[in-house]
Design a protein around this ligand. Structure first.
Ligand SMILES: O=C1O[C@H](COP(=O)(O)O)[C@@H](O)[C@H](O)[C@H]1O
Length: 237
């Protein structure tokens, strides 16, 4: 990872062992949440779906914390029912909201409605009492440079990435994806107090290098927007 040349202010928390990197991320997240809970009645934890977070979820679920005061939500979701294999909600419920973390409150980005656009108002209502700025945000990344469900080929991307966007969530319909998506928009993601990018695999490292090489073309690789001071990158092979 040291060869990648991360932008100034981005820290490298990478390691050779994926489970150890996931445990280190769990420790960092649990520590941050614990500190927040000393100052605030509740803390928020925003996680991503996909395959990468599994060992992180399992590790974090065992950390000692007043989980009953933690609001857990996803950065993005596929518009599928919670029993669908592609559901990020299912992944979180089965792997993170277990053990000590079972008492956390889960706020679901998947509500009723045939499409995410149909269900948008219900999702906003679900998130209505979520305190902003968000406390902890864990992002993943696809090899097309998407993060959350901010896909380069989503017609709604410019709207969802608008720094002045007034909505906390947006429906996205990337042509490359089999399911319609719902995602947090750039302003709440941008303002999170602690942000980590969790990556696994040499392909992800090559994608990250590509993202770093042309930082200004954000709509071509939305992950570029997050490569800013304060970000912590947890990469492993
Ligand atoms: O579709 C998605 O993909 C990314 C990356 O997933 P991974 O399987 O390569 O870990 C993920 O961050 C995002 O939340 C998810 O919806």
């Amino acid at each position: 990872m040291s060869d990648v040349g991360l932008p100034k202010g981005v820290s490298d928390r990478s390691g050779e062992n994926p489970d150890e990197v996931a445990r280190n991320l769990a420790d960092a997240v649990a520590g941050f949440l614990m500190d927040r809970l000393k100052e605030a009645p509740r803390a928020s934890l925003v996680v991503s779906g996909g395959s990468t977070p599994l060992p992180f979820f399992k590790a974090l679920s065992t950390r000692e914390l007043d989980w009953s005061r933690v609001d857990v939500l996803l950065a993005d979701e596929r518009w599928v029912d919670a029993d669908n294999d592609a559901s990020n909600t299912r992944l979180v419920k089965d792997n993170l909201l277990q053990n000590r973390a079972a008492s956390a409150r889960f706020l679901s980005l998947k509500q009723s409605g045939a499409t995410p656009a149909d269900g948008l108002d219900r999702v906003k209502a679900e998130l209505a009492d979520l305190a902003l700025p968000l406390d902890v945000l864990i992002l993943g990344m696809g090899n097309d440079g998407h993060t959350a469900s901010l896909f380069p080929d989503a017609p709604e991307l410019a709207y969802a990435m608008d720094p002045e966007c007034q909505d906390i969530v947006a429906a996205t319909t990337p042509a490359s994806q089999p399911q319609k998506r719902i995602t947090l928009t750039w302003p709440p993601l941008r303002d999170a107090r602690f942000t980590a990018l969790h990556l696994k695999g040499e392909d992800k490292l090559a994608t990250l290098e590509r993202a770093i090489s042309e930082p200004e073309k954000i709509l071509e690789m939305p992950v570029r927007a997050f490569l800013k001071p304060g970000l912590q990158v947890f990469w492993s092979p």
